[in-house]
Write a protein of this length. Structure first.
Length: 267
């Protein structure tokens, strides 16, 4: 374990923006460097609402997790979980059902350091420093084996992450590998950057050029990730329209349409 920690914490690269730290910038966090803030400043030129987009995503994460616990799902695999912020998955889930268990998976060394500190006193939650593109390794991980009962429904969270996988990394196959490992009644929860406006296409170019990832998929492509599962209402929609808890304007802005999401149940 010590060896693994050294490997990950020595890997913090402050010369290039990281996905986790750039996301921390738009969530008004403090765990980021100048290079991450410079990247976000470039995106802001195309989508001035990018800070709001991050908030829509976090609000959707909260609504989605509460929905899943209401469905009786109390164990979660949060893949690409990000740096700890407010209302993290385990806090939302354990507020509704204190017995809820969460395994966070992320490959950013900063996430590992902060995640361990946050979770030190929560025995129903763990953070795994691994690459989610290797489902077999994640599923075989000790923390997953100990906390997640694969005979009971699991909430598989791929929130704000699949757009960071290129097509040639087989994101569809990766989603299917996780869903094949969990039983019927498990839920798949995805949010994703969407090719929904000229601004989103321009943002995609900036993400690819400056961050190296960022594939803004069509609604059809995002929906295809749910293959083999039944989408719950209202399906794959702009985030503010997924079971909103507050009034939604009739016409959505570019930022409100920048990410789409949905939740589906495994048959
Ligand atoms: N899921 C959180 C949310 O929606 O609020 C965080 C989303 S953040 C935009 C994406 C996270 O995925 C980052 O923390 C990044 O480090 C992580 N990530 C990116 N590629 C990954 C990979 N191949 N394996 C594991 N984590 C990855």
């Amino acid at each position: 374990m010590a060896e693994q920690t050294d490997k990950w914490t020595s890997a913090i690269d402050t010369t290039r923006p990281s996905i986790a730290r750039a996301y921390d910038v738009v969530l008004h966090g403090k765990d980021n460097f100048e290079v991450d803030r410079a990247f976000v400043a470039e995106i802001t030129k195309v989508v001035p609402e990018i800070y709001d987009v991050a908030a829509y995503n976090r609000q959707m994460l909260g609504r989605g997790v509460r929905f899943l616990v209401d469905q009786g799902v109390t164990q979660f695999l949060d893949l690409g979980s990000g740096l700890p912020t407010v209302q993290n998955t385990h806090q939302v889930a354990q507020e509704v059902d204190p017995a809820s268990r969460v395994v966070y998976v992320d490959n950013d060394p900063m996430v590992l350091a902060h995640g361990r500190a946050l979770l030190a006193e929560n025995e129903r939650t763990a953070v795994v420093a691994s690459d989610l593109r290797d489902p077999a390794a994640i599923l075989a991980d000790k923390a997953v084996q100990e906390l997640i009962d694969l005979d009971r429904p699991v909430g598989v969270l791929l929130v704000g992450i699949l757009h960071h996988l290129h097509d040639d990394e087989d994101p569809q196959g990766i989603v299917e590998a996780y869903m094949a490992a969990v039983p019927s009644g498990s839920h798949l929860f995805i949010t994703h950057f969407c090719d929904s406006s000229p601004e989103s296409r321009e943002a995609e170019q900036k993400y690819l050029a400056l961050l190296g990832t960022g594939r803004f998929r069509t609604v059809a492509e995002i929906t295809a990730f749910f293959h083999g599962c039944d989408l719950v209402e209202p399906g794959v929609v702009p985030l503010p329209l997924w079971r909103p808890e507050t009034a939604v304007p009739e016409e959505l802005t570019v930022g409100q349409r920048l990410m789409f999401g949905g939740i589906a149940v495994k048959r």
